[in-house]
Design a binder for this molecule. Structure first.
Ligand code: AHG
Ligand code: MN
Ligand code: MN
Length: 333
């Protein structure tokens, strides 16, 4: 282990990726890694510790049932970010309204964070991988004032950093500051993240497709045709593809990062804009995917070029290996 670079060392070495002021990136990521370690220790105990399993009995703004771990993770990440004095506002899947820090320290924060504290909530109780995903922007409004809605509604293209934590067979933090993608694995015995996946790149083409095919009957004719294309036999294009669907977007996309493949969450008769949220699910993953040489689209345009209208808006989402996503776009056009 001694020759491995720790996350702390890596961030200090790459401070120039955050050209605004020394130490800001370090403090922001310290907050996120600390919260991730707390989450890791709690998730590993889920099932033993009663208070973290099961439902709270409330729904979030999207009408989804909140799990105890959703609410707990939301609190942990918000508190950790608040304590670091760099952030003027946070938007979370679990909070109907944006959280704007109105004290002097908050007004002087330069960054906005948008977060899905637990992605894949339905997998908590069945011991399947879940994750956390976040996007970081510089605010548009002047430093020294309270943050405004426009600070949150920036195009994904303007992200200064994004990342995800996957709580899987090991716990990893994968992030970008616009200069490639790097993955760090947690050694839980000493609580240190080590650089284990430097300069991650998504294979240009793969042979895995990943979609909730149970929704097939609700898909458009073009989407149905694409799903059937994935299952057709054609050795020259690696088909039929292999089907894999975990039901935690982060875990499904993490697999694509390493093995190549395409992830689909289409619009449908049941969900006219798809299910996934643009600001704190699709944008950060799209930034990471583009940085790794992949592609992310809503079928018409790059996810990162979409102009957001509201905090919790949804979008169809297709992402992964560049050639596979381009192929899908052709078939949908
Ligand atoms: P969340 O747990 O944050 O609400 O997100 C769940 C999302 C995503 O992780 C996953 O890919 C998708 O919902 C699964 O949805 P279906 O069960 O409709 O396939
Ligand atoms: Mn999610
Ligand atoms: Mn969530």
């Amino acid at each position: 282990m001694s020759n491995l670079i720790t996350l702390g060392e890596f961030i200090i070495k790459n401070q120039q990726d955050f050209p605004y002021a020394k130490g800001e990136l370090t403090r922001l990521f310290n907050a996120i890694t600390l919260a991730s370690k707390v989450m890791n220790s709690q998730i590993n105990k889920a099932g033993l510790v009663d208070d973290l399993m099961g439902k709270v009995g409330t729904q979030n703004v999207q009408g989804e049932e909140q799990k105890k771990l959703d609410v707990y993770a939301n609190k942990i990440f918000i508190n950790a970010l608040k304590a670091r004095n760099e952030v003027c506002g946070i938007a979370s899947e679990e909070e109907e309204e944006t959280i704007i820090f109105e004290n002097e320290v908050g007004k002087n924060g330069k960054y906005i964070v948008l977060i899905d504290p637990i992605d894949g909530s339905s997998n908590i109780e069945v011991n399947v991988s879940i994750g956390t995903v976040f996007a970081i922007y510089r605010r548009i409004s002047p430093v020294g004032t309270t943050a405004v809605l426009a600070d949150f509604l920036q195009k994904g293209r303007h992200q200064v950093a994004a990342g995800y934590v996957i709580f899987g067979s090991s716990t990893m933090l994968v992030f970008t500051t616009g200069n490639g993608v790097n993955g760090f694995t947690l050694d839980p015995s000493i609580g240190v993240f080590y650089l284990s996946h430097p300069n991650m790149t998504i294979p240009k083409i793969g042979n895995i497709y990943s979609v909730n095919e149970g929704n097939y009957a609700y898909f458009s004719d073009k989407m149905k045709a694409y799903i059937n294309y994935c299952k057709d036999i054609d050795a020259t294009t690696n088909r039929p593809y292999t089907g894999r669907y975990i039901g935690s977007m982060i875990a499904d996309l993490h697999r694509n990062f390493l093995k190549g493949g395409i992830y689909l969450y289409p619009d449908s008769a049941k969900a006219p804009n798809g299910k996934l949220r643009l600001l704190y699910e699709c944008n950060p993953m799209a930034f990471l995917i583009e940085q790794a040489g992949g592609k992310a689209t809503d079928g018409q345009q790059a996810i990162l070029d979409k102009a957001p209208m509201e905090i919790h808006e949804r979008t169809p989402f297709y992402a992964g290996s560049k050639e596979m996503v381009s192929e899908l776009e052709n078939k949908l056009s």
